[in-house]
Design a protein around this ligand. Sequence first.
Ligand code: AMP
Length: 400
Amino acid sequence: MTSVSQLARQISALEISSKPNTAGTRPPAAQHQKSASQSNVSKLLSKYAAPAPFQPTSTLHKASSASSVTNKPAPAQPVPSAKPALDIGRYDGGFELENETRGAAVTGEAAVELALDSSVAFERPTREWHLTDFDIGRPLGKGKFGRVYMVRTKTEPHYILALKCLYKSEIVESRVEKQIRREIEIQQNLRHPHVLRLYGYFHDEKRIFLMLEFAGKGELYKQLTKYGSFTEKRSSRYIDQMADALMYLHAKHVIHRDIKPENLLLGINGELKIGDFGWSVHAPGNRRKTLCGTLDYLPPEMVEGRDHSEKVDYWALGVLTYEFICGNPPFEDLSGHNATYRRIQKVDLKIPSKVSPEARDLIIRLLQYTPEQRIPLTEVRKHPWIVKYRSKGHSTSGLA
Ligand code: AMP
């Protein structure tokens, strides 16, 4: 099996490497790609080696072909040369099997809406991708709209990724074309150590494929289920990482709105990664009224259908802190949704005695009925319960 350190090296190679360019060859699957003015490898790297986190948001072209794109010349990028011995596990043929039985071709406006291909992304054109560009490994999981596999690019430097497949017809059936498109638009512009990277995407007649950062330790929710709850040390470090990621998102005017353990993944070093942007909203100076998110994590202003802001994520952070330490969300009421709503509206918070005074203080400061009274994220990161457990040199990773 691939060791954690091998993977760490590979994934860090997705960012800028300082080695000289020794590759620059076209991939074996070149017959599937349109000819381009620069080598695919350098384009691949210009896409991957773009860590600047505060670039302006770009919009996607609603186009099904790359013909309208002028590829900008990318600076020559260094390439790691040696092929590492990485085990991506065994492929079960799921993509092909499923493609025979699942989904139908999509036509009309929906087809245009879902013709998502990062090679035609407006701001940062990159190479065109195809399923044949990847060695496919073990299945990582199944989502609502398709499967996720561990894959490796066939061309050097053999990046390891998670490839997520979404069936267009099912997206259309669920009427979430716009939401999926928005999720992709948002995620492709985010670069933060605790936000899952979306490196690129491509589509065929029936499917959309997302090239995602590989979260080596899988779902955080599984860990929470396995252990029942987390120690305060572990919880504190996750909350520190969440606050860090949320500060980044809010600075880019992205409100997440669906923070919950099910939407969090763990990187190869056990570091937290926000991995789902389905309910995110890009709202510069905007206040939204749409009711969304999971009931247990909804703040009073959303339960009551009032305007809401990025402070909904502060509330969710408080719920998350409670759930990590106690093993269940604070306003859960098994007698039904209405009972949960009432408890949220009353901020009916009962914190078990096992919770330390510092953690209790942070939970109470986050779970304030009035959004403006919730402790700001900068203060969360300076809170004694967070500072107490933060490892030296700030690293927010190294968990699990
Ligand atoms: P989703 O469609 O996002 O719900 O993904 C289905 C499952 O695939 C998840 O529950 C994870 O177990 C797994 N998965 C999704 N994305 C990744 C990723 N980037 N890295 C590792 N596993 C993933």
